[in-house]
Design a protein around this ligand. Structure first.
Ligand code: GRF
Length: 197
């Protein structure tokens, strides 16, 4: 299975995914990192991990459609089977959604449908709830609305600060995301096998 990761910033989930898959000696490979922010830290991680990457912004294109068509061309060239979003801060448009229906997965730092959007961790912290968590889901045309694959709760204690909560969430993400992606891939392979029977 050939995997592409889309990210916009730090890239700690990207690194966790690549390292886990390599440690398991899986034949699935991370063929490409795409980043929409040409100065993002995730690009250093890609370099260190020797994962080929591209970075370009939608601002370089006349429309979102053209931007996504460029991404789609590269995905096709690299024969990517699965897109894993890891902190990609843009809504996936119809060009990519149509081409990769049910093959785009996202991770969100809250127990969806609670606290969708850009600030899932902060919104939960400020709402003073006593638990939040992590959701891994298929991507559809909404914002953080696609079918849920996996959720894991993280408690918020009285001692927690926003920073300590962020650290707990990220730790949970780094452990859960690679394993869930591994399961998704197994499922995709089974479906393929059944088709070929
Ligand atoms: C993660 O919290 C993820 O849930 C959200 O964006 C953050 C990305 O962090 N979608 P990183 O770039 O992987 O460190």
């Amino acid at each position: 299975m050939k995997i592409a990761v889309f990210a916009s910033g730090n890239g700690s989930n990207f690194q966790a995914l690549v390292e886990y898959f390599r440690k398991q000696n899986r034949t699935d490979t991370f063929e490409w990192l795409f980043c929409d922010q040409p100065n993002a830290f995730v690009l250093h991680r890609a370099q260190k991990l020797s994962v080929p990457y591209s970075a370009f912004s939608p601002r370089e294109f006349p429309s979102k459609k053209k931007y996504e068509e460029k991404i789609l061309n590269i995905l096709a060239e690299k024969e990517i089977d699965l897109i894993v979003l890891a902190g990609y801060m843009r809504i996936i448009g119809p060009v990519l959604l149509d081409a990769y229906e049910t093959r785009i997965i996202n991770i969100h730092p809250s127990l969806l449908p609670k606290f969708p959007g850009l600030h899932g961790i902060r919104d939960a912290f400020e709402a003073k709830v006593n638990q939040t968590g992590v959701t891994i889901h298929y991507v559809d045309k909404g914002v953080d609305t696609g079918p849920i694959i996996y959720q894991e709760a993280v408690s918020i204690t009285k001692e927690d600060t926003l920073e300590s909560l962020e650290a707990k969430i990220h730790q949970t993400e780094h452990q859960a995301y690679p394993k869930v992606i591994e399961k998704v891939i197994e499922k995709m392979k089974k479906v393929e096998e059944q088709k070929n029977d």
